[in-house]
Design a protein around this ligand. Structure first.
Ligand code: ADP
Ligand code: MG
Length: 370
């Protein structure tokens, strides 16, 4: 793409600032007094289970629903009462919401027509948008002649063709099969980098969120559980909801008194909990951080060692997965890459084994932190 000729120009990308936003349906708080800041040009993902309030929040930002209270600012302007067309927001819906009786080019040009942009400029912008989403020769196609991935690209082009200041996407890839979805995730990320538009993206798929986002806002029952970078969300989950929802994890209860060794104190300090009087904690253990202990000379100052019996062993191609029953009735999941494991042959249910975890990789959260 020749950037010089690209009429899509996003110097206008705007930050979003949300304060105390509440939306009720009867007695249900779909959004419960939430605060959120999205910086100019950022890619922020709303991640949460079905029914957690993601669509409600996106619709509130777009102006398609009316919150009960709170503030939504785009830059310096209060938007809470502004109708959707005054907000200049591009939107991609889960079901594409394309106009079936129009061609691809007519669909993409629709927002320009609404804005009374002349036909010559309209044509030029549509061509550029078609090229950006790699549909250059399909402008005259009817919508029902497109594949799912192509429809999604049309919906995307229609959302950004008019240079919106903010782009909102509600589970845009959920109708696509896994391979295409993963390909489109990368394409969307590249498109975002090129356009630089402030983007709020909705998904319930944690891997998709980790792949695409500058920051992830984990939402549950109309409230944010944590807003952080993907690395932070994964490595420093704020509570058991986040630890459970993102990635695989085993959580083991530990008490401060019985684990009152120096290392436990170190872990509390390095996790930012040095002043907590909390007695009960959860160790969050990511299966891929565990390793098999093959010799007996592992330094227990540096490592925690678990002993257990294999309950289940599952070969899954590039990785294998084992469920280990510990002596104290808890169990642990361990995942390891298959090529590095010469010990696969003795990984049979019933075998005893030792598993190590570097103390520096321990994640700890307060119990009942929700
Ligand atoms: P998500 O997009 O995260 O799946 P939604 O924002 O669609 O969740 O919904 C949040 C909650 O609000 C859910 O409990 C849902 O049932 C409820 N809800 C959403 N829209 C309406 C509506 N129009 N009327 C009543 N309840 C609604
Ligand atoms: Mg939804």
């Amino acid at each position: 793409m020749q950037d010089k000729n690209n009429v899509v120009e996003y110097s206008k990308a705007l930050p979003i600032s949300i304060r105390g936003l509440t939306k009720r349906y009867g007695s249900l708080y779909a959004l419960n007094s939430i605060d959120l800041d999205v910086s100019s040009g950022e890619f922020l993902t709303l991640l949460g289970p079905s029914g957690s309030g993601k669509t409600t929040l996106l619709m509130a930002i777009a102006g398609f629903n009316r919150p009960d209270s709170g503030s939504i600012r785009f830059g310096d302007s209060e938007m809470i009462l502004a109708p959707p067309h005054k907000r200049e927001v591009g939107m991609v819906f889960q079901n594409y919401a394309l106009f079936p009786h129009m061609t691809v080019a007519e669909n993409i040009g629709f927002p320009l027509k609404l804005r009374k942009i002349g036909s010559k400029e309209c044509q030029q912008r549509v061509d550029e948008a078609l090229s950006t989403v790699q549909l250059l020769n399909l402008g005259d196609r009817r919508i029902d002649q497109l594949s799912g991935g192509q429809k999604q690209r049309v919906a995307l082009a229609r959302a950004f063709v008019f240079s919106p200041r903010i782009l909102l996407m509600d589970e845009p890839l959920s109708a696509l099969d896994k391979k295409l979805r993963e390909q489109m995730q990368i394409e969307l990320k590249q498109l975002h980098r090129k356009l630089g538009v402030t983007t709020v993206y909705v998904t319930h798929d944690q891997r998709e969120a980790l792949t695409m986002s500058d920051r992830i806002a984990v939402i549950n029952e109309g409230k944010f559980e944590q807003i952080d970078s993907p690395e932070f969300i994964y490595n420093k989950p704020a509570n058991s909801f986040v630890a459970d929802f993102i990635g695989e994890s085993t959580m083991l209860p530990v008490k401060k008194k019985t684990s009152g060794d120096l290392f436990f104190q170190d872990i509390l300090i390095s996790s930012g909990y040095s002043n907590s009087s909390q007695e009960e904690w959860l160790l969050v253990i990511r299966p891929e951080r565990l390793f098999l202990v093959e010799k007996n000379n592992l330094d227990s100052d540096q490592n925690i060692i678990f002993e257990g019996v294999i309950k289940e062993f599952v070969y899954q191609g590039e990785t294998a997965f084992a469920l280990i029953a510990l002596s104290d009735q808890h169990s642990l999941s361990i995942r390891f890459s298959t090529d590095s494991s010469g010990s696969r042959d003795n990984m049979r249910p019933g075998e005893s084994l030792k598993i190590g975890l570097k103390r520096s990789e321990v994640i700890i959260i307060p119990e009942n932190s929700n």
